[in-house]
Design a protein around this ligand. Structure first.
Ligand SMILES: C[S@@+](CC[C@H](N)C(=O)[O-])C[C@H]1O[C@@H](n2cnc3c(N)ncnc32)[C@H](O)[C@@H]1O
Length: 448
């Protein structure tokens, strides 16, 4: 065998190691995120997930960015009212970032009680870094004045009213009365706790996670640090689900061995409950990416669920189901505690657009259940147009269904969660002592 000829090709250049990324400034990231929400209409979670610098930050800084942007949005009405008294002329559109720098500075001074010099200096540096040096003096002057008298002014504000957009205030006052509307808005001011639904024994997991078991069966936590790092997450012992969101699936009663359709199912919180209770679950959702998330969630939980990617208005099962859960797409005004961005992103027009879809889904649901079977319709909304009005319209149109009233014993003995008609109507101020719950509507119907 002749020896191998020498390799005369030039040696590949050693790959350059990527330069270590300089740590990103958390306030600069918060500014980008706030701009993405308020100017480009992205949801807060989406804007945070979409910021490439965030993934490279330390946990503490990531938490700070989330907390700061969420506070600036939760308290936007109060902050803007105070700033409008301090900024003499409205800023031109090209200086929109300056308004957001002021909002973030104000959030720190008013709600984080950051030392004034730190909040002001970092805001001024950020203004320069964003090539808006002509506004550095204004940012400095406004935030200094805010630091001097701002806390007293803050305490004299009507926080609940200012942080609620007019159209929402009007709709809640009309639907529930001024006092209830105010209680809803007050509940939105607090950062909510974390609720989880547990596959097995809630008492055991409450002990392991340092939480408490609520009357409704959810486990409530006040965790520090990322959720996936908590005990039991990786092994699929529990999933994140607000206490109110956990109620509608329970209204189907014992489902073991039954075929249950879960329409509009992704990302799968309610499918998981039904599967954990022993049902054969067929989960239908039209969004492919969201169904992939549902599958990943249910795989982690090791719960079997059949999935269908389809429009539930037109899709039909091979056989009529024993029971059905329909969690319609909605304005999500019941979740403003968790998503303060939505208060400023939603408009009354969203409701007008969604109502026909909700009605069509509800009518389709009736056609998919066997006579005698139960249907639960639900929405994480405080708007009657997405709740009781949809059910009244269905029954008014002569659909072959009758309301099957909810009993207090099915929702932890809390009679205040049940309306005169027998529907479930939770408000963010319910379970106030324990930290509230999301606003949810659910109605239970029996197929005649
Ligand atoms: C409120 S979310 C559902 C949350 C889910 N039930 C849970 O508990 O995790 C509404 C879902 O409805 C889906 N959706 C909207 N219109 C739909 C339609 N026509 N057919 C099927 N799914 C639809 C959306 O993709 C979205 O995933």
């Amino acid at each position: 065998m002749s020896p191998k000829p020498p390799d005369r090709r030039p040696h590949p250049k050693p790959r350059k190691r990527p330069e270590p990324r300089p740590p990103a400034d958390p306030r600069a990231v918060a500014l980008d995120v706030l701009g993405a929400v308020l100017r480009r209409g992205h949801g807060l979670d989406e804007a945070l997930d979409g910021h490439t610098d965030l993934a490279h930050m330390e946990g503490r800084d990531r938490g700070f960015v989330r907390n700061l942007t969420a506070t600036a949005l939760r308290r936007k009405g109060q902050i803007d009212a105070l700033l409008s008294g301090l900024v003499e002329r409205p800023l031109p559109p090209k200086a929109a970032a300056v308004t957001d720098i002021l909002r973030l500075g104000a959030a720190q001074i008013l709600f984080f009680e950051t030392p004034a010099h730190a909040a002001v200096d970092t805001a001024v540096s950020l203004t320069r870094a964003r090539r808006l040096p002509t506004y550095a003096g204004l940012v400095n002057a406004v935030l200094r004045r805010l630091a001097q008298g701002g806390l007293a002014l803050r305490d004299a504000q009507d926080a609940a009213r200012l942080n609620t957009p007019d159209w929402l205030w009007e709709s809640w006052s009309t639907a529930y009365g001024e006092a209830t509307c105010r209680r809803i808005a007050e509940a939105h001011l607090a950062e909510p706790p974390l609720d989880v639904s547990v596959k097995g024994d809630p008492d055991h997991w409450a002990g392991v996670l340092g939480g408490t078991v609520l009357a409704t069966g959810s486990v409530r936590l006040h965790p520090h640090g990322p959720i996936p790092a908590l005990p039991g997450f990786a092994e699929g012992a529990w999933w994140v689900q607000d206490a109110a969101a956990a109620l509608p699936a329970r209204l189907l009663g014992p489902v073991a061995g039954k075929t249950v359709l879960d329409l509009c199912a992704a990302p799968g919180g309610k499918s998981a409950q039904l599967a954990a209770a022993g049902a054969r679950v067929i989960a239908v959702d039209r969004a492919q990416g969201r169904v992939a998330r549902l599958r990943a969630n249910l795989d982690r939980l090791q719960l079997p669920v059949e999935t269908v990617i389809a429009d539930a208005v037109t899709w039909r099962p091979d056989e009529l189901a024993d029971a059905l859960l329909l969690d319609v797409p909605c304005s999500a005004t019941g979740t403003l505690r968790r998503h303060p961005d939505a208060a400023w992103l939603r408009t009354p027009g969203d409701l007008d657009a969604l109502a026909p879809l909700q009605q069509a889904l509800l009518e389709a649901a009736v056609a998919m259940v066997r006579p005698g079977g139960l249907i639960v319709y639900c929405a994480c909304s405080l708007q009657p147009g997405e709740g009781t009005q949809r059910i009244d319209a269905l029954i008014g149109n002569g659909a072959p269904v009758a309301r099957e009233p909810v009993a207090a014993g099915e929702v932890g003995g809390m009679a205040e969660l049940i309306t005169e008609a027998g529907d479930l109507r939770t408000f963010p101020f319910h379970m106030e002592q324990e930290g509230g719950m999301d606003g949810f509507f659910a109605a239970r119907l029996r197929r005649l």
